[in-house]
Design a binder for this molecule. Structure first.
Ligand code: PLP
Length: 420
């Protein structure tokens, strides 16, 4: 007979979760804020919901790329429904490498594995390129799941001040932080999210890249250095999405370069969980060791990824007619974002809001001394943004253009009421 399940206080073995797991939050704070915004809207309130990082059209519907749906229709069910190879289908991996590097020399130094979205690539990097107990390094403004990923893997996260007083990317702060990490760990793993950084919207420009590649080159002479470029939003940038590879190429042979590639935003396939981790290694032997280690990590974590999704995305990248349609349809979405960005930056300037250089992408942050109270103030008026330390994040991607004047006004008032 089955024993009745009990969590009563008399159970001497209650609380079986291991140390540290019992006080974790299962829900993401951003999703919790979004849930409140949705509930209040359904109850009849006029809400501006600028929390979620998905691209919505001005009617609030998920913006999608119709050509991607066509690609799904082309995949035979008996292929898409079967298990994918552990490291990902060859056609997919080759298409991703070509997407990143074209047919350049760099493609020959690349080893790729499939991951569930860019998130999978980040987790893989933390587990393969840091020892347990060591910390990854990223900018002081960062996508908060970086921290969760590090903690889940028994690693930590350290930051460097992202901006100088003048509002430029602080390359010196980054260099000093890498030197410190090198002294204490003998190695560093740097996460750089550019272009269209989440949450600030900042994209490294040519000047930043030149300074940065000099600093990274010097650092790589003194420690084991791995640099991961998180390309989650790369397809929505105003400039050259391959700038990172051009500038970091001289590091190959001195450092390991990783690209966290994702179809979530690029192909509006957030739920498909299609991504890849692409490593650049100069030496063939080392490249094979890295490829094998990444494959082993895939097997021991998610095993294999969404076969149907990867085949459909491969079709979008490989079929020239479909690739053109995707480009065209994505360009419309980029236009939608660019219009909102222009409108936001104009309104923000009139309202005296201070934010990093922002030329497009899904988010922008506005500096706020007490961001928690400022966001709270706005929430009371039915305007939802996400507080991060020192700023509030505005998800331009999910905010219709017509709501931006109300959002900026609420933000200006909130900053005035909470000390700027
Ligand atoms: N990196 C950043 C900065 C993100 O904002 C996101 C998603 O929001 C990701 C990576 C990963 O997204 P996905 O796992 O859906 O590719």
């Amino acid at each position: 007979m089955l024993r009745r399940l009990s969590v009563s206080a008399t159970d001497p073995f209650a609380r079986r979760l291991i140390e540290g797991r019992g006080d974790q939050r299962g829900d993401d704070p951003i999703f919790a804020l979004n849930a409140e915004a949705v509930r209040r809207r359904e109850a009849g309130e006029d809400i501006v919901n600028s929390t979620l990082g998905t691209l919505l059209d001005d009617e609030g519907r998920l913006a999608t790329i119709p050509a991607v749906a066509e690609a799904y229709r082309r995949v035979p069910i008996e292929r898409g429904a079967g298990y994918a190879p552990i490291a990902g289908p060859r056609v997919f991996l080759e298409a991703v490498i070509e997407d990143l590097f074209g047919r350049s020399e760099l493609a020959r130094s690349a080893a790729a594995v499939a991951t569930p979205g860019g998130t999978g690539a980040l987790a893989l990097a933390v587990n393969c390129f840091l020892e347990a107990g060591q910390s990854l390094l990223t900018s002081s403004y960062f996508w908060s799941p970086y921290q969760t990923i590090a903690e889940q893997s028994g690693r930590g996260l350290e930051t460097f001040a992202m901006f100088t007083r003048g509002g430029r990317f602080d390359v010196d702060a980054l260099g000093s932080a890498l030197e410190r990490a090198g002294r204490s760990q003998g190695r560093s793993l740097l996460f750089l999210n550019t272009p269209c950084h989440n949450p600030t919207g900042y994209s490294l420009d040519e000047h930043d890249w030149r300074a940065l590649s000099g600093v990274l080159g010097a650092v790589a002479e003194r420690q084991r250095l791995t640099v991961l470029v998180d390309l989650a939003y790369a397809r929505y940038c105003a400039g050259d999405p391959r700038a990172w590879a051009r500038h970091l190429e001289p590091l190959i042979g001195q450092a390991t370069l990783l690209a966290a590639w994702s179809a979530s935003k690029a192909f509006t396939q957030y739920g498909a969980r299609v991504g890849a981790c692409v490593a650049l290694e100069a030496e063939a032997d080392e490249r094979e060791r890295v490829r094998a280690a990444m494959g082993a990590y895939c097997r021991g974590s998610w095993s294999n990824c969404n076969h149907l999704g990867m085949l459909a995305v491969s079709e979008c990248l490989r079929d020239s007619e479909l690739a053109l349609r995707v480009e065209r349809e994505r360009a419309e979405l980029r236009g939608l974002l660019a219009d909102r960005a222009l409108s936001f930056t104009r309104l923000a300037a009139l309202a005296g809001l201070v934010h990093p250089r922002y030329e497009g992408g899904f988010f922008v942050t506005v500096f706020a001394a007490d961001s928690g109270r400022a966001a709270e103030h706005m929430r009371a008026r039915g305007v939802f943004v996400v507080p991060v330390p020192g700023a509030v994040r505005v998800a331009i991607c999910s905010t219709p253009a017509r709501s931006l004047p109300r959002l900026v006004e609420a933000l200006r008032d909130a900053l005035r009421a909470t000390g700027g």
